[in-house]
Design a protein around this ligand. Structure first.
Ligand SMILES: [Zn+2]
Length: 255
């Protein structure tokens, strides 16, 4: 059993038995991984205030012969993102990002770009001078691109246009993109029931897809664009994951 270490972000924590914790991470070298911390609740010094949701750690662990859970040996705190815990809106947004990371990834399937995006997004929500849900929109739109599920927001997936004359546009999860009104098959109830999306929101999400991540905080947006984006991303991701993630509800309530 070789001890190993990796930078890792805590994306889930639960108590296990009387005094242990099971902690889920998204890590640089292994992607999603879960480990058990023995006696963590008995405040062993090595884990005090470290195995908390959102914490960025250098994690030292050992593989187990009998279980997919690694044994957590030690952790050095690199960034606890304290401001995420001090504000309900930020906490909700950051927790949703962690939950999305969990559902969109598999164990032992590392993606260094996704690790960077997750760390950047937590920092971004911490620093954001705008509503926290915006941070979730940026994370999810960039994550979809990294994972190869980038929706086509550049124009109608049928005719290619993005023009007010063909509005309203709708977002079709089945087509992975937009469909204009003339191209939507009127006999297809599924398609006409798809979410309408304004031209400005489409343009704005498309711009976010194209921009370098570090430049994203400069993007201007309206509250309507954030609300439309959240509805679109939630519906698209529940179609692909084939499950709904309830934490979106808490996010929508934040203004
Ligand atoms: Zn069209």
């Amino acid at each position: 059993v070789e001890p190993a270490s990796t930078p890792a972000i805590v994306i889930g924590v639960k108590d296990y038995g009387e005094s242990d914790k099971i902690v889920t991470f998204y890590s640089l070298s292994r992607g999603r991984m879960a480990g058990i911390a023995k006696g963590a609740k008995r405040s062993l010094k090595r884990f005090v205030n470290k195995l908390e949701l959102f914490s960025l750690l250098e994690l030292f662990f050992s593989d187990s012969r009998s279980s997919s859970l690694v044994r957590l040996d030690q952790a050095d705190l690199l960034d606890p993102f304290p401001a995420l815990r001090e504000n309900y809106d930020r906490y909700t947004a950051a927790a949703l990002i962690c939950e999305l990371t969990f559902h969109w990834t598999r164990e032992n399937d590392p993606d260094p770009n996704l690790f960077s995006l997750l760390a950047w997004s937590l920092k971004n929500i911490e620093d954001l001078k705008r509503p926290a849900p915006w941070g979730v929109v940026l994370f999810q739109i960039k994550m979809l691109t990294l994972l190869g599920y980038q929706p086509d927001l550049n124009g109608c997936t049928e005719c290619g246009s993005l023009s007010p004359r063909k509005a309203p546009y709708r977002f079709s999860s089945a087509r992975n993109g937009l469909v204009c009104t003339p191209c939507a098959r009127p006999d297809n109830r599924f398609e006409t029931a798809c979410l309408p999306i304004s031209l400005s929101t489409s343009r704005f999400l498309h711009k976010a897809q194209e921009m370098d991540t570090s430049m994203l905080p400069r993007l201007r947006f309206s509250r309507e664009a954030v609300e439309e984006s959240i509805a679109l991303l939630r519906s698209y991701s529940s179609t692909i994951l084939q499950r709904d993630i309830n934490s979106w509800d808490q996010l929508v309530k934040t203004k």
